[in-house]
Design a protein around this ligand. Structure first.
Ligand code: GLA
Length: 391
């Protein structure tokens, strides 16, 4: 049964009646433009056909009553008294994302109405496919319908980011929430993380995007991530600019004296990655899969050598993918240190590619990975539960 069917059925069993709406918010894979969003730079992610689903019904009061099919923890709170329950834990309880979004929406001046709902997801957790952003955007979509708020993808992405930064305590940029809110079917989005303008970019004809899960998860990603953010901020200060977005490759070459070698490498990654990302959007629009693949390969090298956020497993996966003829290019995706890589391949060879890479990665690392082609999906949607179609 589909996840949509499961949340609907479970809703009826628990709440004694059909849900009014079903909400879907996708995870994402970033094709290129990594660790650039918090430097006001460019990213090129696509929403994927893996998502969080919530079957829900508005309540007449301010309470939120949630049940997750993936976790055995129920969530119940009143939006009038949102309190942090487990923010100090390494992995926050799923309910903190609901509370955090309720808090951020109210901080933005919205008055909220309660709801009851059943949640399920097929976005793997900790795999760098943005399960948290998907849950935040699904929650925002639910509150928008129960509370009569206009759904504006960009403002809602900012709300989700604020919940993640200030409630959950992860200092992420805006990419994941933006793509989960604003994704477009069959397209990636070139997002300017300064203006938040987003331009749909079609996938090159005859190609497929494959997600390659190394099946490794690394702890302490958040502290390494925050360290990178600090290093980038220090480098921006060195160049006297608001963000590394404003630095050119020439400035890195000529103006780096006085900047520590590590800061120079971090800055070089961000500046060259912004260039690659804009070139990648052009290559995709021109249907140039070969060029796109080369840019993805160069992005991986820069993340590995200059930004130092890859891992042995990610490097091994990328190598295995590139050895297959039908692969145009491959790189790590997301924050790094574990989780997934992404490859652009010839669509007709998707099945043999998956088998081939899974076998060679297992032979190299003794770990069985998960490899699957994915479609570019639309962003967070509200479906009328009765009609099964966008509302
Ligand atoms: C995580 C963050 C994003 C972005 C990426 C790295 O996914 O949530 O904001 O910084 O890492 O590109």
């Amino acid at each position: 049964m589909s996840l949509q069917g499961r949340v609907t059925q479970e809703f009826e069993r628990r709440f004694g009646g059909p849900p009014t709406f079903v909400v879907r918010a996708p995870g994402r894979v970033n094709l290129i433009g990594e660790h650039t969003d918090y430097n006001d730079g460019f990213v090129l992610p696509m929403a994927i056909d893996r998502a969080i689903w919530i079957a829900m019904r508005p309540r007449g009061d301010q309470r939120v009553v949630g049940h997750s099919l993936d976790f055995e923890q129920p969530v119940e709170f009143s939006v009038e008294e949102v309190e942090q329950v487990s923010v100090s834990e390494a992995t926050p309880a799923w309910g903190e994302y609901l509370r955090g979004v309720a808090w951020a929406l109210q901080e933005a001046g919205h008055t909220l109405q309660g709801w009851e709902g059943v949640v399920a997801s097929d976005v793997p957790i900790g795999a760098s496919l943005s399960s948290s952003a998907a849950l935040e955007m699904a929650t925002a979509r639910v509150f928008a319908v129960t509370s009569g708020l206009q759904w504006d993808a960009t403002s809602m992405a900012r709300i989700g980011q604020r919940a993640e930064n200030e409630w959950v305590g992860v200092n992420c940029g805006i990419m994941d929430q933006m793509i989960s809110a604003a994704g477009k079917a069959d397209h990636a989005l070139l997002i300017d993380c300064r203006s938040l303008e987003a331009q749909p970019v079609p996938l090159p004809p005859g190609t497929a995007v494959v997600v390659l899960d190394t099946a490794t998860r690394r702890g302490l990603v958040d502290s390494a991530y925050n360290e990178r953010r600090r290093e980038c901020a220090t480098a921006a200060r060195h160049f006297g600019v608001a963000a590394l977005r404003d630095v050119s490759v020439e400035q890195i070459e000529t103006g780096s004296s006085g900047l520590a070698a590590v800061g120079r490498r971090r800055a070089r990654h961000v500046v060259t990655e912004n260039d690659r990302t804009r070139q990648a959007a052009e290559a995709m629009c021109a249907g140039d899969a070969v060029k796109m693949g080369q840019l993805m390969n160069a992005s991986h090298a820069s993340l590995r050598d200059d930004f130092e956020v890859s891992s042995e497993a990610l490097d091994a996966m990328v190598e295995c993918a590139r050895q297959v003829d039908s692969c145009y290019g491959a790189r790590m995706t997301g924050a790094g240190f574990g989780g997934c890589a992404v490859a652009l391949i010839r669509a007709t060879d998707a099945e043999s590619f998956a088998i081939n890479v899974a076998d060679s990665y297992q032979a190299a690392t003794s770990i069985r990975p998960e490899v699957h082609a994915c479609r570019a999906a639309g962003g967070a949607t509200l479906l009328s539960a009765a009609a099964d179609r966008p509302f």
